[in-house]
Design a protein around this ligand. Sequence first.
Ligand SMILES: Nc1ncnc2c1ncn2[C@@H]1O[C@H](COP(=O)(O)OP(=O)(O)OP(=O)(O)O)[C@@H](O)[C@H]1O
Length: 233
Amino acid sequence: MFKLKNVDIGYKKKLVHITDLHVEKGKLYALLGKNGSGKTTFLQTLMGNLAPLKGEYLVDGKEIQALSKREKMRYLSYVPSKFYGVEHLSVRELIGMGRAPFTNVLGRISQRDNDKIDEILALLKIEHLQCLSTQKISDGERQIAMIGKALAQEARAIILDEPTAFLDYSNRLKTIQILKEVVAKKGVTVLFSTHNLDLSLNYADNIISINKEKEFEVFEAGIAKELIIEKVY
Ligand SMILES: Nc1ncnc2c1ncn2[C@@H]1O[C@H](COP(=O)(O)OP(=O)(O)OP(=O)(O)O)[C@@H](O)[C@H]1O
């Protein structure tokens, strides 16, 4: 689905090189790399917010820059690392915001949009939170609500920047399990950056790592933890 060939990424000067990377449909990818190695920079490049310094980045065979904003929304949805919530925005309304590509110019939610939101609340098992303010739920619940918003967009890929960074162990596990379930049930591609090596090795289909030589490498699940540590940290 996403293909990057001989790409240099970075802000003005090269941070990392990608020789050949193919992100496939319907898989769960974990992105690992040291602090400052370029994970967020890569996610911004994938989202089309930052142009590669050189090389080719294709989405379904098309140059990312050639896609309209609406087309990009059909391919890519983004979950930032931290969302603090908004007092007057309920969980249901937050998820509804993900329907933006489908609502009319006034942003009115249709019956089809409401059905979709109900389906997502049920899939994520957060029906009981739907009327609560996004400020009055826990960090873990808010992260799952944000995944709901991304799902509502019905994009083919969900990109998450450190989705487990502010969560305790049980919520980290729950979030990754939900992402795995979303991949299995919806057939979307999910790619998340993380510092959690163990959860990545246990749940991701593939590990994308930024190694010490500032090069991208992709590994299948089952790669030895020691090898990743040696190459990346
Ligand atoms: N907007 C920006 N403009 C210029 N340089 C930036 C910008 N954002 C990040 N950088 C630089 O790019 C480098 C990589 O940062 P990035 O945030 O991509 O790393 P990271 O792997 O996500 O780090 P962490 O694990 O600490 O979140 C850093 O040296 C950073 O200073």
